[in-house]
Design a binder for this molecule. Structure first.
Ligand code: ATP
Ligand code: MG
Length: 475
């Protein structure tokens, strides 16, 4: 409780760059529009909010990225705390907001859309809210739709995105021309890493042109691979649904002789869904993720472990994240090197590859017939509506982003850091991906729970350390 170096945050903020206290601040409209007038926040007179003990978040409130501080360690990186500010930089009746969704589907997008609309309307009295359809290219190739609390009333009960989505088609100049032509002054952008990179370009162009426009990103990734924030929306829902697929595989393999179930889950570069679903279900014998290189043959390899498990239990279940073992598939499948419309490399399908390998191993090498059940629930998981926890989380995210834009912040994203919502510079969530730390406690818990091999032979230890040194966040 005692902080030997404690001094008021305001003073610390001023000295932040020369000290062990670092504030990673987000831009504010007044940085490039210094004479912008401000107005009292309408929440002053809100029936609901005026009774809150501290309705407004102080400009000096910050959220620490590291909450476990050891003696003599630097206090480290901090972000501005999210929430309503006493002054706003938009007159509610002059706000024309727009919302766009880009990239792949994820449970909860509709809840975020709903709560941005309802948050703007209920808390700030904003009525002019437009939906941009089909992603970035919708700015210049589609008409907008009017979003009201009535239009979005029950969309949180549906999966997908009311506004539809797309990849590719990001033309910064055309998008910003369109924002200016339509008189839009708040832009809410929901999407993954690519989308947030696009949002950063839009913010830079808006600033260059000196437009009175707040650009705000809401990071979306079902893989939970966004750096800095505790967890991405839709992740809890995805883990819950993934668990159902694992359960189905378990029921199937338990009911036959030598049943082998393989469940392929999402996780291009980060195995969080596979790891959490495995930990939650306890029915998994082996979980393979992109961060942890594995091998099939020899001592400590996958085959040896599977042989033993099948002998012991008469059935087994393997979970594999889509990005795992890509190097093996690439070596056996002719190189295609395909990319999607946004330029992302398309992954090779590791699920059928692993199924074939394991089938061959048991039937040909071990001369033991097996009953293989392969389940790929990817699209089922992506398409469901968010669960209760994610609905509440999406609501907080949406309200935080609305408060931030109304308060004049721009070029920012939002998310919980150590469970407190914070405003985070866009670059911080796009520069690195969060991955499972193989030397972290959560992966150790998984290894202890499944008892699977760690696949770390002495010649791989350097690789693992190399991978971990790239991480900036771990669970
Ligand atoms: P996810 O990967 O979770 O499905 P994403 O947002 O990463 O979501 P992408 O298809 O990569 O999905 O990108 C979405 C949109 O962002 C596309 O319209 C794409 O053109 C645009 N975009 C991607 N990368 C950039 C970039 N570096 N600069 C500008 N725009 C980009
Ligand atoms: Mg992406």
């Amino acid at each position: 409780f005692s902080r030997p170096n404690h001094r008021p945050i305001a003073a610390a903020l001023q000295q932040s760059q020369n000290d062990d206290f670092v504030l990673e601040d987000v831009p504010h409209l007044t940085n490039f529009l210094p004479n912008l007038p401000s107005y009292p926040n309408p929440l002053h007179s809100s029936q609901a909010y005026s009774i809150v003990k501290n309705t407004f978040v102080s400009q000096e409130d910050v959220v620490a990225q590291n909450i476990v501080i050891r003696k003599d360690n630097p206090r480290g990186v901090h972000f501005r705390r999210a929430g309503p500010r006493e002054k706003v930089y938009f007159k509610p009746e002059e706000v024309r907001a727009c919302i766009v969704t880009c990239g792949g589907l994820c449970p909860g997008i509709n809840t975020v859309i709903r709560e941005i609309v309802c948050g703007l309307n209920n808390m700030y009295g904003v009525e002019d809210i437009l939906g941009i359809e089909e992603g970035y290219r919708g700015f210049y190739s589609k008409n907008t739709v009017r979003l009201t609390p009535k239009v979005v009333n029950d969309i949180h009960k549906r999966g997908g995105t009311l506004l539809r989505t797309s990849r590719g088609g990001h033309d910064t100049q055309k998008i910003v021309d369109n924002i200016a032509d339509r008189g839009i002054n708040q832009v809410y952008i929901i999407g993954g890493d690519g989308t947030q990179r696009g949002a950063a370009r839009i913010y830079e162009e808006v600033e260059k042109r000196g437009l009175h426009v707040a650009v705000a990103g809401i990071p979306k990734t079902i893989d939970n691979d966004i750096a800095v924030i505790d967890k991405s929306f839709g992740f809890d829902t995805a883990v819950e649904e993934a668990q159902r697929a694992i359960n189905a595989a378990h029921v199937e393999v338990e009911s036959v002789e030598n049943g082998v179930g393989i469940v392929k889950l999402m996780g291009r570069y980060s195995g969080f869904i596979a790891m959490f679903a495995t930990l939650a279900s306890r029915d998994v014998d082996c979980c393979l993720i992109p961060e942890s290189p594995f091998y099939l043959e020899g001592r400590g390899g996958l085959y040896e472990f599977l042989d033993q498990r099948l002998k012991e239990n008469g059935h087994l279940v393997i979970v594999i994240a889509e990005g795992a073992g890509q190097e093996y598939v690439a070596a056996e499948v002719p190189a295609v090197n395909q990319k999607d419309a946004s330029g992302n490399k398309l992954l090779l399908d590791v699920g059928p590859w692993l199924s074939d390998k394991i089938k061959d191993h048991f039937t040909k090498a071990q001369k033991m017939p097996i009953n293989m059940k392969y389940i790929d629930p990817t699209y089922m998981i992506r398409a469901i509506p968010s669960n209760a926890a994610d609905n509440i989380y999406c609501t907080l995210l949406a309200h935080s982003v609305v408060h931030g834009a109304m308060a004049g912040y721009t070029g920012f994203t939002v998310g919980p850091v150590n469970s407190r919502h914070a405003y985070i510079p866009i670059s911080r969530v796009t520069e690195k991906q969060k991955t499972v730390e193989l030397t972290g406690r959560m992966w150790a818990r998984l290894l202890a729970s499944t008892n699977q091999p760690s696949f770390i032979s002495s010649d791989l230890e350097g690789v693992v350390q190399g991978i971990d040194s790239l991480n900036i966040t771990s669970i």
